[in-house]
Design a protein around this ligand. Structure first.
Ligand code: PMP
Length: 396
């Protein structure tokens, strides 16, 4: 019998990945995540980060991180419920609640475990979770951890959502509708006003994952809820601290009751060490910078508009994005990956996204323009798109 410790069953699966042409190595970045980076040894314009505002390597955040390390050390030393809850963590939640214009905030160590920990804590047997079919993986996993029943509605389709609500309302105690605020693969915005109306009509609760809306939409980047003026009408408003904010972490903004309950039953908070002081110090500084001025969000939108218009004029299909996320839809999977590879050779890094992450035949490269890009860098990127697009007969 083969030695089980050789993990042959995994080796076979890895070979399957190779046979399917989807095996890959992790790309290696030398230095900070900025608008132009050295990736796998090559200098390229970076059009694939979530560093929307250029905060990941911002001097003010770095100084705040260093100051926090000097005072608090490098680790929190325990979970929050034991002795890992520093005054700095409390300050972060106060600042975030002020920013999000909500009563209270509960933070987690990442956006992923915020969803994984929160959804299971706020639902139970006898409840129903209704999720948009394109919601993020961390929402799907969070729902899987819940004992509630689960169902989906068609992407951003309000008739489909209403039908699910109507068919199920009388069979469950609580119903929780979950949607991304901004959908990460297409850049479209959830129809939140209508979702909230339907939730009120059918007495359901609402849960919005605003990972790609926070720091991007609304006044000074306050998010999708603020963008639509829906404060007080969304029960759970989730954000990440790893994208526009540039650091790490996730949070739920909402009521004091939500915060009190999650501090007792949010499992990542009970069983995993709290955010490191450097991260917390940097995040507080980032949120203060956002509240002080719209300079960064304005620059992000100006850059995104500029880039999107240039690609559109060349004849690329940039989909129905309403946000800085700019998909360039190629269609065929192999062609999409080839397009991404050729762009890399021409000095632009933009990752190819294909089935199963997006539906078959809708392969795309997903461009993430940031506030940190200069016009010159965007022009160079557009030139590379034009050259490769013509070479591959994507453009006429
Ligand atoms: N929700 C959505 C919609 C996301 O796009 C992501 C990041 N890919 C997450 C949650 C997870 O956030 P984090 O990277 O902070 O764990």
């Amino acid at each position: 019998m083969a030695n089980v410790h050789e993990l042959n069953y995994l080796k076979e699966k890895i070979q399957d990945l190779k046979d399917q042409g989807v095996y890959r190595k992790l790309p290696i970045l030398e230095g900070a995540n900025e608008a132009e980076v050295i990736l796998n040894g090559k200098k390229v314009i970076n059009l694939s980060s979530n560093n929307y505002l250029g905060f990941a390597n911002h001097p003010r955040l770095k100084k705040a991180a260093v100051d926090a390390v000097e005072k608090y050390g490098v680790g929190a030393g325990a979970v929050r419920t034991i002795v890992g809850n520093m005054d700095l963590h409390e300050e972060l939640e106060e600042v975030l609640a002020e920013f999000k214009r909500e009563e209270a905030v509960m933070t987690f160590q990442s956006g992923f475990n915020c969803n994984a920990g929160t959804i299971q804590a706020i639902t139970e047997k006898g409840d129903l979770i209704i999720s948009d079919e394109l919601n993020h993986a961390s929402i799907i996993d969070g729902a899987r951890l819940s004992k509630a029943n689960k169902t989906i509605y068609k992407h951003n389709d309000m008739d489909s959502l209403e039908k699910v609500l109507k068919d199920n309302r009388d069979n469950y105690r609580n119903i929780l509708i979950i949607t991304d605020g901004v959908f990460s693969m297409d850049g479209d915005i959830a129809n939140l006003p209508e979702i909230v109306n339907l939730a009120e009509k059918y007495e359901a609760m609402t849960y919005v994952d605003d990972a790609h809306g926070s720091g991007v939409l609304g006044e000074n980047g306050r998010g999708t809820v603020d963008h639509f003026g829906l404060h007080g009408r969304v029960d759970f408003s989730i954000g990440t601290l790893s994208k526009a904010i540039g650091v790490i972490g996730g949070y739920v903004a909402g009521s004091k009751t939500m915060q009190e309950w999650l501090s007792h039953r949010g499992r990542p908070l009970l069983f995993s060490t709290s955010l490191p002081p450097a991260a917390v110090g940097a995040i507080i500084e980032a949120v203060k910078m956002l509240m002080e001025s719209s300079e960064y969000t304005d620059k992000l939108w100006a850059n995104a508009k500029y880039f999107k218009e240039k690609l559109g004029k060349l004849g690329f299909n940039t989909g129905n994005s309403q946000t800085p996320i700019t998909p360039v839809i190629i269609g065929d999977e192999a062609k999409t990956m080839e397009f991404s590879r050729k762009l890399f050779e021409n000095g632009v890094f933009v990752s190819g996204i294909v089935f199963p992450t997006v539906p078959k035949g809708t392969g795309r490269v997903r461009c993430m323009v940031t506030a940190g890009h200069t016009q010159e860098q965007l022009d160079r990127a557009v030139k590379a798109f034009e050259k490769v697009g013509k070479e591959m007969n994507i453009l006429k």
